[in-house]
Structure formats: structure tokens, C-alpha cells
Design a protein around this ligand. Structure first.
Ligand code: ADP
Length: 476
């Protein structure tokens, strides 16, 4: 198993050994040291009271703990006094001897105190180390550490559940060899960009090859901690999201098939409703006409929803192709405004359009964006008032905007409303919708190499805008 942390090198400890070892070994050491001191006294002709006994106390407190060390100090005190302080072979308790004894005991206490503080600090670090390793190594998420050269230096055991390889096997591979070719380049690029930004985090989704040769979808959250001295690595947490991706794919396939199948009957229904509407128009029975009109409006509503769902499917499969032609954007804007004005009596839609009107773009799709902006402006300003449609040339861009005085969008939701299926909570129950319109608008504008956005104040109204680079449009 590759090591996550270096082993704390503190050597062995015999604190938990049996009584006779814990106390026997110190006594033996004292006896040996005493014999050595007696021999030394003969050689040098001088007796030094507590010399070398400190060493024994240090060793005993290090390996056998505080209690044997206290006992050792007391025995050493008596032997030192008895054998090495004149008059010899008697315990002398004069002023000088007592001072020497007291100093010896004081120094031994300091040694024992320090030793025991060190032992408990080491124990705490070891416990934290074990807890940390247990958390990392037993986690269902895989964790890898990569050094500044891009080499994987650690891999947690969870890799075996995710990719079938043991951590050792995984570390023996070249880092990118298991990655799917379709995503490899992008992931590599993102990774190397991350390596240059300490503290940055990226979230990626990509496929990796399982030991059984199947492809596993991985979601990884990778953080650059190279600048943190204690870590000095890029850390990646990852999990297997294959089940989620499969479900999403099934859901998208279902939406695609269902909306495609619904399109044909709805088109017929629309045609029949229009026939009914036309027939009842000249009929004295005004109720029937009014019902047919409402039916027609509801069919329009369903048609819009189905079109949105079909667009989403087309976008997801990357099949939304633009049909670029040159057209008069002012003309289609005015047509859309006219149709939209018919749907509301509470709003007045005003237009102030630039004189440069010929653009090269996808007429249907740009019309779809304009329609969506205007119908949202009507829908989300229920109190009525004016809606202003503006287009102008700013630099090399055509900027188109729709301003309403409705509900507005708070700052924190202004980016989110362009996401798929996102709807503001407060409008969910009051207004019908799927939360797809703005997402589709954004994709259409992006395909035209333009920009899209909103500036808004909650409760006061919004300006939804898009810009199309005139040169790029012409070059498309
Ligand atoms: P839908 O209108 O179907 O919900 P959209 O994608 O068009 O989907 O809009 C997403 C959300 O953005 C809406 O649910 C609404 O909350 C908010 N929104 C869009 N246009 C406006 C607007 N003009 N004023 C206030 N909120 C808006």
C-alpha cells in the first residue's frame, strides 16, 4: 500500500510490558551502571555521586514510562548517597548531601515530566494520523495525490471499487493511460492550467477504463495544493457517476422520443383547432368561438413546450445547425411584436430599432430568441405597463434588448436563469414554463458567436439583451 503519511519514527516503547520487565530492567541497568561507576572510581581515583544515573533515568522514562523512572530515581538516589558520597557506605543527610540529593531529584523530575509530555504528544499525533488515514482509506470516494511533475504519488484503496485496480496497480500505470480518448485532451489541458493556479479547484467529468474493460464515468474535484507546504500536491477526489450519467442519458432519450412522437398529433390538433376557430368566427354562437380560441392558445402553449424539448435534444446531441441567410432583423422584430401585442391587452410593446437592419444569421433561430425575450417580458410583468424593444449598433456588435418593468431577477439568480430547467422559485407556481427558453436562447446566441445577458433589479424590471458581432455574422 502506498503510504499517505510518513511513519512517525519514535522507536519502540515497553510501557505496556509486564511488571517484572518494567521494573526489573531498570534495576538491572542501575546495577550495571553502579558496577561501572565503582570500576571507574578505582581507575580515576574519584567518586562522582550521581554521574550516569541521569542517563538511566532518561532511558527508563523513555522506554518504560514515568512510574519506573520515579522508582529508578529514588533507588539511584540511595545508591548514589550510600556508595558515592563521603562518608561512604552510610546514608549521610548533612546539608551538602541533602542539597545534592535534592538537585538530583529535581533534575530527574524535570526529565520524567518532559518525557511524559513528549510521549503524550506523540500519542496524540499517532491517533490523529490513524484517524486521518482511516477517513481517507475507508472513504468510498477515491483520492489521489499528484506532484508538480504530474506523477501520481498516492492513491486511496477506494480505487479498487471504482476501477477494479488495486492502488499499487493504479500507481504503476502512466497517469493518463486509462482515460478515454474523447476527453483526454480536454482533461489534460484543464489539469495543466490548474497546475499553474495554486488554490484553484476544478470539477471534471470523464471516462476511465475499468479493469474489466468497460468504461466508467468519473466525476473528479481537483484542487491545487502545491503551495501548501504540508501537502505540496494536487489532490483529486473522485467517484463513479456512471449510474447517474446513464439515468440522465435515458431521461434525455425519453424526452427526445416523447417530444418527437407528440409533435405529429399536436400539429394535427392545431390544424383542427384553427379550422374550428375559423368556422365559429362568423357563427352567432360566440361562446363556441371563444372556446375554440382558448383551445388554440393552449395548443400553441403545448407546441412551444414540445419545440423547446426538441431543441434541447438537438442541442445535446450537437445537432443544432444554423441555417445562415441574410435577412431584415427589423422586419421580423416588428412581426414578432405585432403577434405578441395581440396576446396582451395590459402591455404596450414599443420598438426603437437601428437603421442597420440587414444581418447574416439564422433567421428562425434569432426570431426564436426575440420571441422568447418578448413573451417572457409579458409573462413576468403581470401588472402590465410598457415593454421596450431596442436594437442599436455598439462598436462592431448589433445589440438587441427587451426591457420590462416586471418582477425583475435578483443578482444571485441572474446567471442561473440561463441554466437548463432553472426557474426562479417565486415564479414557479404562478407562471407556466419549463425553464428552457433562456437556456436555448443562450445556445443559439453562442452558436452565432454572440453574447447574452440580463441586467435587472428585483421588483423593478429587467433588460434581457443579446449581441451579435456583425463581422462574425457575415463570416458565418
Ligand atoms: P420559463 O419562462 O419557461 O420558466 P426561461 O428559461 O425563459 O423559462 O426563464 C427562466 C426563468 O427566468 C423563469 O422561470 C423566470 O423565473 C426568469 N425570467 C425570465 N425572463 C424574465 C423576466 N423578463 N422577468 C423576470 N424573470 C424572468
Amino acid at each position: 500500500m502506498p503510504r499517505l503519511t510518513k511513519k512517525l519514527s519514535i522507536g519502540k516503547s515497553y510501557i505496556n510490558s509486564p511488571f517484572y520487565i518494567k521494573y526489573g530492567v531498570p534495576v538491572l541497568l542501575l546495577a550495571l551502571v553502579t558496577l561501572f561507576k565503582l570500576w571507574l572510581a578505582i581507575i580515576i581515583g574519584k567518586k562522582i555521586a550521581f554521574m550516569l544515573y541521569f542517563g538511566v533515568v532518561i532511558i527508563v522514562s523513555r522506554y518504560f514510562g514515568s512510574r519506573p523512572a520515579i522508582v529508578t530515581s529514588i533507588i539511584a538516589l540511595f545508591i548514589g548517597n550510600y556508595l558515592f558520597i563521603a562518608p561512604y557506605y552510610t546514608i549521610t543527610l548533612g546539608k551538602v548531601e541533602l542539597t545534592q540529593d535534592a538537585l538530583f531529584i529535581l533534575e530527574c523530575s524535570l526529565i520524567i515530566g518532559l518525557s511524559s509530555a513528549l510521549a503524550s504528544a506523540i500519542k496524540r499525533v499517532q491517533t490523529a494520523d490513524r484517524l486521518f488515514k482511516a477517513l481517507i482509506e475507508k472513504s468510498a470516494e477515491g483520492i489521489i495525490m499528484v506532484n508538480a511533475d504530474g506523477q501520481t504519488t498516492y492513491c486511496s484503496p477506494a480505487i479498487e471499487d471504482i476501477l477494479g485496480y488495486t492502488a499499487e496497480e493504479f500507481l504503476s500505470f502512466e497517469s493518463w493511460s486509462l482515460m478515454h480518448n474523447d476527453e483526454k485532451l480536454d482533461v489534460k489541458e484543464e489539469f495543466y492550467r490548474l497546475a499553474g493556479h495554486p488554490g484553484k479547484t476544478i470539477i471534471l467529468q470523464h471516462r476511465m477504463k475499468h479493469k474489466n474493460n468497460s468504461w466508467v464515468w468519473i466525476e473528479s474535484k481537483t484542487t491545487n495544493l502545491l503551495a501548501e507546504p504540508a501537502v505540496n500536491a494536487i489532490i483529486s477526489n473522485f467517484s463513479n457517476i456512471t449510474a447517474r450519467i446513464t439515468l440522465e442519458k435515458q431521461r434525455e432519450d425519453f424526452i427526445g422520443v416523447a417530444s418527437h412522437e407528440l409533435k405529429t398529433p399536436i400539429t394535427s390538433l392545431k390544424a383542427y383547432t384553427q379550422v374550428l376557430r375559423a368556422r365559429f368566427k362568423s357563427n352567432p354562437d360566440t361562446t363556441s368561438y371563444s372556446i375554440a380560441k382558448k383551445m388554440d392558445q393552449q395548443v400553441n402553449h403545448i407546441t412551444r413546450m414540445i419545440t423547446s424539448l426538441l431543441d434541447i435534444t438537438t442541442l445535446q446531441t450537437g445537432q443544432l445547425n444554423l441555417n445562415i441567410t441574410e435577412f431584415d432583423i427589423n422586419k421580423i422584430t416588428l412581426e414578432i411584436i405585432e403577434l405578441a401585442q395581440q396576446t396582451t391587452i395590459n402591455h404596450t410593446i414599443k420598438a426603437s430599432l437601428t437603421e442597420i437592419n440587414q444581418i447574416t444569421a439564422d433567421k428562425e433561430r434569432i426570431g426564436q430568441v426575440i420571441t422568447n425575450f418578448i413573451s417572457n417580458a409579458i409573462k413576468y410583468s403581470p401588472q402590465g405597463l410598457e415593454i421596450q424593444v431596442t436594437s442599436e449598433i455598439k462598436g462592431r456588435d448589433l445589440v438587441f434588448s427587451v426591457t420590462d418593468h416586471g418582477l425583475g431577477v435578483s443578482e444571485k439568480e441572474q446567471d442561473k436563469i440561463f441554466e437548463r430547467f432553472y426557474r426562479i422559485d417565486s415564479s414557479k407556481n404562478t407562471f407556466q414554463g419549463l425553464g428552457l427558453g433562456l437556456y436555448i436562447c443562450m445556445q443559439i446566441i453562442k452558436l452565432h458567436q454572440g453574447q447574452i445577458g440580463v441586467s435587472s433589479e428585483e421588483g423593478k424590471g429587467s433588460t434581457f439583451w443579446f449581441s451579435l458581432p456583425l463581422s462574425a455574422i457575415n463570416a458565418l
